[in-house]
Design a protein around this ligand. Structure first.
Ligand code: PEP
Ligand code: MN
Length: 351
């Protein structure tokens, strides 16, 4: 339920409510607005008597949250969540584009990609060091060495980095290196992993499971939020359908649906959605037109030599064109591309 305080309610009145919430063995999440405070009350589903709060001093109204996901719902938090990342305001009117290879393959490959992503106007660098591959015989990633290379690429370019955590025990180590933790489609319902990311201090990019409904997706986000991490972005990356012409089917509907159901930023991954580089730019444009806050795109300096997902990876030149087109679409819908970090390339690192 939501306890909406009166305008001008005192701190003491707010503290009294929080104390009563806790005495009911419930959790209180405060949203402090310019005019009034709202206290979101979340429990374990057992019935709670709302009347006890209605009668307390300073309370204006008490309303139930109808959705099964509480903290993720727009009912709970009507304004967009804005995630601060290295000067970027994710979830605001600014559109951002993350680019980079599927996987970190070597120091030279990643540093080369990082410079090209920056030169093309990308806002952040992606690259997997722990890869959740469908086949156990495929390249599984460089592990911690890959994380060190990513951190070096951040030094080189000033771009924040995003990389995937595939198990809960890796989260503390990955948090030390990365700016954003990715949770992959195959792990969307790995609840121990979601909880571990919920306890970390890094923003999360949660990808939609390939057979997950929007409700399942938001319930997965709720696991992260409920452990205290408010900075979750949702990433649509295509779902399984009967169609085989593309790797997955981009659920464009999910973008406006998510924007209406939740306050969390929404990102589209047109690379895994389509599986073919020639469709990536079209879907990127569609995603921004549909209301996505950002994009995550696979880009490789030399896609034919990529150890994973080469077929869907753009060359840097095409990535630059994609950003130019996304810029035009952003302006047409009253938004704008975020400016890129101003740090100059640190060429000493390239030696
Ligand atoms: C990836 O981003 O490289 C990836 C493995 O994506 P997904 O989890 O969406 O398949
Ligand atoms: Mn990939």
């Amino acid at each position: 339920m939501m306890i909406i305080m009166k305008t001008g309610a005192t701190q003491e009145e707010i503290d009294n409510i929080v104390a009563r919430v806790k005495s009911n063995k419930l959790n209180a999440h405060l949203i402090t607005g310019e005019e009034r405070t709202v206290i979101g009350v979340v429990g374990d589903g057992r019935p709670v008597e709302q009347g006890q709060f209605v009668r307390m001093p300073g309370v204006d109204q008490v309303t139930p949250i109808s959705r099964p996901y509480k903290l993720a719902s727009r009912e709970f938090h009507p304004k967009n969540t804005i995630i601060q990342l290295n000067g970027l305001e994710i979830g605001s009117d600014q559109i951002f584009v993350i680019g980079g290879p599927c996987a970190v393959e070597s120091r030279s490959q990643l540093l080369d990609a990082a410079v090209k992503i920056k030169e093309a106007g990308g806002h952040a660098l992606r690259g997997g060091a722990f890869k959740p591959r469908t086949s156990p015989y495929s390249f599984q990633g460089m592990g911690e060495e890959g994380l060190k290379i990513l951190a070096e690429a951040r030094e080189l370019t000033g771009l924040p980095i995003i990389t995937e955590a595939t198990s809960p025990d890796l989260v503390p180590m990955i948090s030390e290196y990365t700016d954003v933790i990715q949770i992959g489609a195959r792990n969307m319902q790995n609840y121990a992993l979601l909880q571990a990311v919920g306890k970390s201090n890094r923003p999360a990019l949660l990808k939609r499971g390939m057979s997950a409904t929007i409700n399942d997706f938001l319930m997965a986000a709720e696991y992260i939020l409920s452990k205290g991490n408010p900075n979750v972005m949702l990433c649509e990356r295509g779902i399984r359908t009967f169609e085989t012409a593309t790797r997955n089917t981009t659920d464009i509907n999910a973008i406006p649906v998510l924007k209406s159901l939740t306050h969390l930023p929404v990102v589209l991954d047109p690379s895994h959605s389509t599986g073919h580089w020639e469709y990536v730019t079209s879907l990127a444009r569609a995603g921004i037109a549909a209301g996505a806050d950002g994009l995550i795109i696979e880009v490789h300096p030399n896609p034919i030599e990529a150890l994973s997902d080469g077929a869907q990876s753009l060359k840097p030149k095409r990535f630059k064109e994609l950003i130019e087109q996304v810029d035009a679409i952003s302006k047409a819908i009253g938004r704008d591309l975020a400016s890129i970090p101003t740090k100059a390339i640190n060429s000493e690192i390239m030696q």
